[in-house]
Design a binder for this molecule. Structure first.
Ligand code: NAD
Length: 510
């Protein structure tokens, strides 16, 4: 019980914030209590931005855009390069703060910062590769081309479970593309946002005076302040990561004012284990994908279809892995599964398990692990054998629950795999080339991410990230995701003295 009373993580969290140069006024006496899920204790009191503060910051970012868009892109890349350097220097501190604020195990907290560094490297290279096409024109003496221009203020709304990496995927690209950024972090993870902002400020100071004030702003608060960002006419693009419920509200609001949206919403990710799958590797891949980050990744594996011929060998092995994985304080032990974010997450998990039992499911695990901390919610990951895909299996519950179902026919398994509302990530485990290719083909997985012999989670930044259907359709991070952060102009240049019209139209005036 002691852990909950003396709030032992407030001091280490605030020490990191001090070291990174965050002013205490931002996190010491504000209205928003920040809680560590590790012990349920308060680690900060963050000052909230009201609607007027939010509007002022958006306007500052808009003013900064007028300057930043004219700075040459490779020079903008230099700022992101310096930010990557500052992140390398601050990696241990920021990674630990991620662990304290959202409960990730140390390697995952550090991994999140590594992802920020990786996207900075990617964006630096990109700053010299914002290519447009030159297109053959039907008119003699003409040239046609595409030019990509900066867009404006990019709003970023982020979720608690990747409190800093998701912002960096957006911000690193947005900044090299010539945009400015206003970030509304999760109300459950404001401290890591303030820390990230301080790290960026160091890079801006080193960069020099051509970085305008207001280049990157943070607005702290809950959905009310997020709505200010969504509705603001000076924000032409909002990249919003979170639940499908959030996207259902944000998407239409943006559409109403013809703003762009990148929606990165919930997932209900599935995998198929085929008869030829390498079982040793598959057990490990499934265990990480289903239990890593305590089931609180958008790409967490939640549904598993196992061929009936291997079901009785494979599922008991998986169950043993679920039963033996260490659950505990991620900073004080070598546990692989840390806490759920809060009581609400715990209750949602218990409700889903109750519904699964009602639907004929057989539940192993799922119970609360008592660490003597009444305000922290540790659970054993649950493996639920279901007779069919029904009830809670059809929805994302943001907790470590893996629903396992047998299948007979591969095509039927793919059909069931696709028969949910979300469409983020998916995997097939097989040594059969035909099955692997069918899963990746147009009639295979309908997700934004489809993998072979690797789990659903743990994407790297080089590929575009995002999903289909109720996952929202957005893409961010690698590949050509940068195009969403720029506006495209098609330019036709007549270098002749004639004026031929397209499509043979004639319009001769005397
Ligand atoms: P959430 O939807 O509760 O909150 C996400 C963010 O949206 C927060 O900053 C919140 O303040 C803000 N918000 C909520 N409603 C809003 C509104 N109407 N207008 C403006 N802002 C609003 O999600 P969460 O609990 O923090 O995160 C978990 C969810 O996020 C899961 O569903 C998970 O799958 C999803 N997620 C998706 C991705 C992805 O890339 N697809 C990545 C991470 C998390």
């Amino acid at each position: 019980m002691a852990a909950a009373h003396h709030e032992p993580l407030a001091e280490p969290a605030q020490e990191i914030l001090r070291r990174l140069g965050v002013p205490p006024a931002a996190y010491a006496n504000g209205e928003l209590r920040t809680i560590s899920p590790i012990d349920g204790g308060q680690i900060g009191r963050v000052r909230i931005d009201g609607p007027a503060d939010a509007a002022r910051k958006i306007e500052a970012a808009h003013a900064a855009f007028q300057v930043w868009r004219s700075v040459p892109a490779p020079r903008r890349g230099e700022l992101v390069r310096l930010f990557g350097e500052e992140l390398r220097a601050a990696k241990a501190d920021l990674g630990r703060l991620v662990s304290i604020e959202v409960g990730k195990i140390p390697s995952e907290g550090l991994g999140e910062v590594q992802e920020m560094i990786d996207i900075c490297d990617f964006a630096v290279g990109l700053s010299r590769q914002l290519y447009g096409l030159t297109i053959a024109t039907e008119r003699p003496g003409h040239r046609m081309m595409e030019t990509w221009h900066p867009l404006g203020v990019v709003g970023v709304i982020s979720a608690f479970n990747f409190p800093v990496a998701v912002w960096s995927w957006n911000a690193a690209l947005a900044l090299v593309c010539g945009n400015t950024v206003v970030w509304k972090p999760s109300e459950k993870a404001s401290l890591t946002a303030l820390a990230t902002q301080a790290i960026l400020a160091r890079a801006v100071t080193r960069f020099g005076s051509d970085a305008p004030e207001g280049l990157a702003e943070v607005i702290v608060g809950d959905r009310a302040v997020g709505e200010v960002l969504v509705d603001h006419p000076q924000v032409p693009l909002v990249s919003a990561t979170g639940s499908t419920r959030m996207g259902r509200d944000v998407g239409p609001r943006l559409a109403r004012r013809f703003a762009r949206a990148i929606l990165e919403l919930g997932g209900n990710n599935g995998a198929i284990v085929c008869p030829s799958a390498d079982q040793d590797m598959t057990v490990r891949a499934v265990a990480f994908a289903a239990m890593g980050t305590a089931g609180q990744r958008c790409t967490t594996l939640r549904r598993l279809f196992v061929h009936e011929s291997v079901y009785n060998q494979f599922v008991p092995r998986l169950k043993a892995a679920f039963g033996s994985v260490a659950v505990g304080d991620p900073l004080a032990t070598t546990a692989l599964v840390g806490p759920l974010i809060d009581a609400g997450a715990y209750e949602a998990m218990q409700q889903a398990l109750a519904a699964a039992r009602l639907a004929g499911g057989s539940v192993a695990g799922g119970e609360r692990v008592d660490l003597g901390r009444p305000d922290a919610y540790y659970v054993r990951p649950a493996l639920v054998e279901m007779p069919e895909q029904a009830g809670p299996v059809l929805e994302e519950t943001f907790a470590p629950i893996l629903y396992v179902m047998p299948y007979t026919d591969f095509e039927d398994a793919v059909r069931k795999h696709n028969a949910v509302a979300a469409g983020l990530s998916s995997s097939v485990f097989t040594r059969d080339l035909g099955e692997a290719e069918r899963f990746l083909a147009s009639e295979g997985s309908d997700c934004g991410i489809a993998n072979v012999n690797i789990g659903t989670s743990g994407a790297e930044i080089g590929g575009a990230f995002g999903g289909e259907k109720e996952t929202g359709g957005g893409r961010e991070s690698g590949s050509d995701a940068w195009k969403a952060y720029m506006r495209r102009a098609t330019n036709t240049i007549n270098y002749s003295r004639a004026l031929p019209l397209a499509q043979g139209v004639s319009f001769d005036i005397d």
